[in-house]
Write a protein that binds this ligand. Sequence first.
Ligand SMILES: C[S@@+](CC[C@H](N)C(=O)[O-])C[C@H]1O[C@@H](n2cnc3c(N)ncnc32)[C@H](O)[C@@H]1O
Length: 542
Amino acid sequence: MLFVEKDSAEKEILRFVAKFCGAEYEICENEEETIWCEKPVMKVGKNDFVASLPSILRYIAKSNGFKNLLGCKGACLKTPAEFSSRTRLIQESLTQYKTDLSKVLLGVSDLEQILSGPIVQHNIDKYQRQLLKHERELERKRDWNGELKGKQEIPLKKIPTKDLPELEHAFLEGIQLSISDLAAFLPVEKVKEKIGERDFNEKFPTVRKWFYRCTRIIQSKTINTDNSISGYDPVLLNEPIATQDFVVIARRQTPLKKISPALEKDDIKSDIHSKSSKSMIQKLELSAKVDLETVRNKLPSPDPYSHVAIPDRDKIILDGFADPAKGGLGKARTERKLLQLQNMVARLKKMDTKGKIIVDFCAGGGHLGLAAAKVCPEATIVLVETKEESLNRARSRIQEWKVTNVAICQSNLTQLNCKFDIGLAVHACGSATDQVIQMCLKWRAAFIVSPCCYGRVSDLVLPRSKEYQKRISSQESLLLAHAADITPVDESLTKTGKECMNLTDTDRKLMCEEKGYVATVYEMIPLSCSPKNNFIVAEPAN
Ligand SMILES: C[S@@+](CC[C@H](N)C(=O)[O-])C[C@H]1O[C@@H](n2cnc3c(N)ncnc32)[C@H](O)[C@@H]1O
């Protein structure tokens, strides 16, 4: 079942792609059941939902046997919009064709740029050599005089990469048709109708060619038994090699344009942990024209740290489905994760959880959420996580142990759209921790959050609290955050790192207090259970 907004672009795009894959889904425009997230949302199982256009597109292709539409290494539209310009293009710009023509026009300009730029694809030289081989064979066939016979040719393998022919950027992901092309097709068709064919062809010559190519595929496709697609006539488009899987290998006709850095493929990998080094700190000190020591001295000493009462913590037994070992961790990591969970869950147990909705944000394989489900059987736990592979580990644990009080939402945390009572997050990277806190403040929920990757913050007002804003600048706050990530062998630096971590979390705590919360920063015991061993607990004051 597909939950969509009435008359939305997403509804049209999803139906179009589903039809291409030979599937049809029941559409629901009213909320008959709790779907937890902003629409579009696909219900994929009992208490199991996939949200956002890119993730649903991936789900449709995969579950109908069209893995070949998921691009090189199956990564098409996998990276969330905040880290990938392509996902942003599909999810944010092109979906505006019903409401905001200028935004969608910008989107089509981006598409023109991508298609006029180079192909960023692993092993592309394999296809370039394939094209050369094909061209040599054609040349031989044309050579009636036998002039080529004696001609020495450099073996294909020995031709340096720089001398290989540039390939036509046939589709959005490179040389293979993917769900990105199918998702972009309808919006581009609407733009063409709105601005007229002449204007469209003049403004977007490369998109025009792409559009013509996609139209031919969509009109003529017949699906083979193995779900590859045939019926595409490469001769009509003068494309020398077109395989059944819609890999088009053709020599680039138009000169290559330099692609704008904003459109580079998947700019930042979403799961890189920031590793601040001594030199990074020195660079930041130079640009902020201040040293770390001075910044630390400008701030009040952090509160003495609180610890959860030890007997409570040790009594928490997380065997069965909540055992981290069942979530695919190795022995050493399981032991450490168990200690992290015991610390956080012991504090959760002190809250009123009966009948409450608890959200585990950035849930990964669901360690914390499943532990919460175990110790709070009368609460409903929602796991929110973008990565399908991680959630699959949680899914199989839930299934195997027949857990009934957990729902899954494969979604960006900012798309959660339901009132909840308690937010949890263990090691949500960088600004994800701050986004979790903002969501909890928005719904006036209590929270228990253990931050990670302190320096990996973007699009954030720094420092966070008014108290810190009076004392340090934004650059100084960033310096502090990067220093919090230093956990090298050098003892003195580790100590500094821990102190900066404490100062940064005190900033978070003060911000919550300014918003009417009672907040405390706790330390996990033993500290060795993680280099990121702080957690913040906050509850609405009244
Ligand atoms: C370091 S892992 C921690 C996973 C889990 N909490 C644990 O401790 O095992 C961080 C997780 O946050 C997820 N994540 C990051 N940003 C997210 C966002 N905006 N929305 C949902 N999940 C996100 C990542 O996919 C990753 O699985």
